[in-house]
Design a protein around this ligand. Structure first.
Ligand SMILES: [Zn+2]
Length: 409
């Protein structure tokens, strides 16, 4: 078993024949394993009989109906199999409406709305295929552990049911802390946190308005580098490949292409200052949100910026928005938003955003919405080379300001 998914990586341990291990991650040719002694490492896939991947999370998927199973988190992929009503599969995690499951030795994905999450211990232990004997993984939002959800968006209701039209208990205060109980995914794609207030009243808030504070437990509060020229900046062009992102009203322009063109311009401007730039993708390919955040964490980048373009059915909406998740990134958000204010499009300020790539990111990070693809004026602007260059200049400026906070005289 090796430290990294490579045959030249340091060997950590050796496995014995018929030993049972837990698969916690994978690449095309490697599995990341956890041994019963809690050591973790990588092993080539062909070395293990993967007819039943073991799972150390106490969750499983119960199919409510015949449901397609996808190779990636997108319904635009060809389904690789179908789950049958009543069938149960081990599940690894749930994110953004998708559950990662193991199927015939492969990881695959099913839409959360099509399944029910059940206890793996209750449903799988007796068939001998999926022993769940390992201690539970320390998940960010773990069952039983007391978690706090803090409201970060003003003027939203604390609701009596997980439905935006439900009767409210009252309007949740900005900054109000609730005890987090669980996440509810609704059939219409909306998501709620079931929470309890300080008086013990139980109810629901939309997940888009609140941060679960434990996600910030490992988040750093400042960059490692003291100047932009010494910094490693990760630029994340949103979407790519099968995931087109938002589309212009006439369906001729895809967000994934505009984000990449803009990101390449930003890369150029940052490299001109001496900074090292890591791109989550350099061409039109699919990269999972998980891989984007993981890479930022693994490379210990000084700043991570995800670039996007907004879309809304209300086509008059226009301008740029700076989204943060972690309170520690508010300085970065303020500096960046001030710089984006110099662009020709209106500035919608700093807002909280419950987005995977920043929520699961331990490095200083933001998600920038650089204009509305569904607004014809914005669309014209964001496609111009001139705007891309201005965005690149202003992002550079915003980062210069941010790093100047850490310069020692
Ligand atoms: Zn986007």
């Amino acid at each position: 078993m090796r430290q990294d998914p490579s045959t030249s990586a340091k060997a950590l341990d050796s496995l014995t024949k018929n030993q049972t291990v837990f698969v916690i991650d994978q690449t095309d040719f490697w599995y990341k394993l956890r041994l019963p002694n809690r050591k973790e490492g990588w092993i080539p896939r062909w070395l293990i009989d993967d007819s039943n991947l073991n799972n150390d999370h106490d969750i499983a998927v119960l199919f409510k109906d015949s449901t397609p199973i996808y190779p990636k988190k997108s319904i635009h992929n060809k389904a690789i199999d179908k789950g049958q009503k009543g069938q149960i599969l081990p599940a690894y995690e749930e994110d953004n409406g998708w559950v990662k499951v193991s199927l015939k030795g492969q990881f695959a994905f099913v839409p959360t709305e099509d399944i029910e999450l059940v206890s793996a211990t209750d449903h799988l232990k007796d068939d001998g295929h999926n022993p769940i004997s390992e201690p539970k993984r320390d998940q960010n939002v773990a069952k039983g552990k007391k978690e706090t959800a803090q409201v970060r968006v003003a003027d939203h209701y604390f609701l009596k049911e997980a439905n935006i039209l439900a009767e409210p208990h009252y309007t949740a205060a900005m900054g109000q802390k609730f005890q987090y109980l669980k996440t509810i995914n609704c059939d219409d794609g909306s998501q709620f946190y079931q929470v309890k207030d300080e008086n013990g009243v139980e109810g629901y808030i939309e997940s888009t308005i609140a941060a679960v504070l434990s996600y910030s437990d490992n988040h750093v509060s400042s960059p490692v580098a003291k100047s932009l020229s010494d910094a490693i900046i990760m630029i994340d062009p949103g979407h790519g490949g099968d995931d087109s992102g938002a589309t212009s009203l006439d369906e001729s322009v895809f967000e994934k292409n505009v984000t990449l063109e803009t990101a390449l311009e930003v890369k150029k401007a940052l490299e001109a200052t001496g900074a090292t730039v890591i791109m989550s993708r350099n061409n039109d390919e699919f990269v999972s949100l998980e891989d984007r955040a993981k890479r930022s964490n693994a490379e210990l980048v000084d700043v991570f910026l995800s670039l996007h373009f907004d879309a809304n059915a209300e086509t008059s909406l226009s301008g740029t928005t700076t989204y943060y998740y972690h309170e520690a990134d508010l300085n970065l958000a303020a500096d960046m938003n001030k710089a984006l204010g110099n662009l020709s499009l209106p500035n919608n300020g700093v807002q909280f955003g419950n987005y995977y790539v920043i929520r699961e990111n331990n490095r200083p990070c933001l998600l920038l919405e650089l204009g509305y693809i569904t607004n014809n004026n914005d669309l014209h602007t964001i496609q111009s080379k001139d705007y891309r260059q201005r965005v690149a200049d202003q992002i550079t400026q915003g980062l210069q300001t941010y790093f100047s906070r850490y310069q020692t005289n």
